[in-house]
Design a protein around this ligand. Structure first.
Ligand code: MSP
Length: 512
């Protein structure tokens, strides 16, 4: 028996531009999900990568005077370096120009061609180079023109190869109807079923080589390349080790994390049908996130409002950036990015609530307890209240993360953070330290011990979202890297006697 891993993928990004906030978000979301599963004790496999073929890449390379492969190599480095800077720990970075990927795409194309799923036909249609697709009458504006998103649209007649979709339409509709769990959030399923009410057109999967050379040659006709969806979607199986024993450990994918723009039709219609005819099992789920807008507007190069993740990471740190994205976005909805909101969260949630708590605790332990976390005496009502709050968070936050509710999971974690601060105000160790009765010292020590223990639980719960800060907080209270959510359920006194790390560490420096 092979051990099945929890296998997650992101979309693979187009290789024709610089990474932006949307790309960064999708990777952070997938990374937080994979870390959540690791903390549940599961084996995991995380795939991300680059979609390198197609007209846009070819055109961008021409404009820059580069061979397309050189452009892709440079873009791949930028995207990988973004992942490193975001602490996004993928297991595999796939590039669709890899020989192994191309060989499997060709083998599957040949198999489908031999079995009659692919045929050649002449086609007249309106082609958008920007969208890399033929458009349909229903795509037009009411006045007959084409929406700007399609750029220049030309009427073309050409022979091409087509993938038969229509005969699978009923099967797919029944499958989607029977598998409610396949789409998160649930409301997106209606969108797929709506699309499936109209008869499906077969999918054009080729381009004549004289129009587009930057694609994978069709194995049965050297005059054509395949491009975009047929090539791109198959990355999820080629990079998972299709054809090798590795594949069984990974496939079926547990989750494809994608943006709402590429659910219907590519992932929800083309992909299941492709898999069915290739005799490969279907993925278990799609996690469909919304879009980040910039101060209420769609981000676009021409408007000049594209948010650059790298400058934010440099200024505030990767973990603060990750925290903001996951705290603000309700997965599935759209979210709005503005620097003002970012700064408010940075200052209040991170600086005031968490950062000050840590530095305050460290200062007090060094001043009143010789730098070692003291033992707790008996717990009274305020301690029991805080403990109950920590236990509640320890129970519910992993469940919330497992359901992709990072925003509410973090909210619940911050109830605990703020609960610790309230508790500190109530017990006021700085006052206790001035009192001289025998019981006061015990109470002072109990307060510090209980604060440290609750903070330890916080460090477990923030780990999937802020892995570096979590490790830093734990270093400061004398514990190693977190491994499991179980650690958030075990309230105790494991910290007693731990020597604290560097005093007064500033986790979230103030920004002017
Ligand atoms: N190459 C295709 C995907 C092929 S998957 C087999 C593609 N690439 S993309 O670079 O345009 O987009 C990559 C991912 O980023 C998509 O999931 C897309 O939804 C996401 N985002 C792009 N802009 C976004 C925002 N502004 N906000 C959030 N995510 C967005 O599509």
């Amino acid at each position: 028996m092979t051990m099945k891993r929890y296998y997650i993928t992101t979309a693979i990004d187009y290789a024709n531009g610089a990474p932006h906030l949307g790309h960064a978000y999708e990777k952070v979301l997938a990374d937080a999900i994979i870390r959540t599963h690791q903390m549940m004790g599961e084996e995991t496999f995380f795939l991300t990568g680059l979609d390198e073929h197609g007209q846009k890449v070819q055109q961008t390379a021409e404009k820059q005077g580069l061979p397309p492969q050189a452009l892709c190599d440079a873009v791949a480095e930028r995207f990988k370096s973004l992942c490193a800077q975001l602490a996004v720990k993928y297991d595999r970075y796939v590039r669709t120009t890899e020989a192994g990927h191309k060989a499997i795409v060709q083998a599957l194309l040949q198999k489908l061609f031999d079995n009659g799923h692919i045929y050649k036909a002449s086609y007249t249609g309106f082609y958008s180079a920007r969208a890399e697709q033929f458009l349909q009458e229903k795509d037009r504006n009411e006045n007959g023109t084409w929406p700007d998103i399609y750029g220049e649209v030309h009427e073309v007649v050409e022979e091409n190869y087509f993938f038969r979709l229509s005969q699978h339409q009923d099967w797919l509709r029944e499958y989607i109807e029977a598998h409610e769990e396949i789409i998160f959030p649930k409301f997106r399923r209606a969108q797929i079923l709506e699309f499936l009410k109209e008869p499906l057109n077969d999918l054009c999967i080729s381009r004549p080589i004289e129009r587009l050379s930057w694609g994978i040659p069709l194995p049965f006709d050297a005059g054509f390349v395949t491009y975009v969806w047929f090539d791109a979607l198959l990355n999820y199986v080629t990079a998972a080790g299709y054809g090798t024993p590795e594949f069984e450990k990974n496939w079926p994918a547990d989750a494809h994390v994608i943006g709402k723009d590429i659910l219907v039709p590519p992932h929800a219609v083309y992909w299941p049908i492709m898999l069915k005819v290739c005799e490969i099992a279907l993925p278990k789920s799609f996690i469909v996130h919304g879009w980040w807008l910039a101060s209420g507007e769609k981000m676009s190069k021409s408007v000049g409002n594209v948010v650059d993740p790298l400058s934010l990471i440099e200024a505030y740190g990767a973990d603060a950036f990750r925290f903001f994205l996951l705290r603000e976005m309700n997965v599935g909805q759209d979210g709005d990015f503005s620097l003002e909101r970012f700064e408010i969260r940075y200052k209040s949630d991170l600086g005031n609530d968490l950062g000050n708590l840590v530095s305050r605790l460290l200062n007090m332990v060094s001043r009143y307890a010789e730098g070692k976390i003291p033992a707790a005496g008996s717990l009274e009502e305020p301690e029991e209240t805080l403990k109950a709050l920590a236990e509640k968070a320890g129970r519910e936050v992993p469940e919330l993360y497992l359901g992709y509710q990072f925003h509410t999971g973090l909210e619940s974690t911050w109830e605990l953070v703020r609960g610790i601060n309230r508790y500190a105000e109530l017990r006021a160790p700085w006052k206790l330290a001035k009192l001289v009765e025998a019981g006061d010292k015990v109470r002072l020590e109990t307060t510090l011990a209980v604060m440290a223990e609750a903070l330890r639980i916080v460090s477990v719960l923030i780990a999937p979202v802020m892995p570096t800060i979590a490790t830093e907080v734990r270093r400061l209270i004398g514990v190693g890297v977190v491994k499991s959510f179980e650690e958030a359920k075990a309230w105790g006194n494991s910290l007693t006697g731990n020597a604290l790390g560097a005093e007064g560490a500033i986790l979230f420096p103030r920004k002017e």
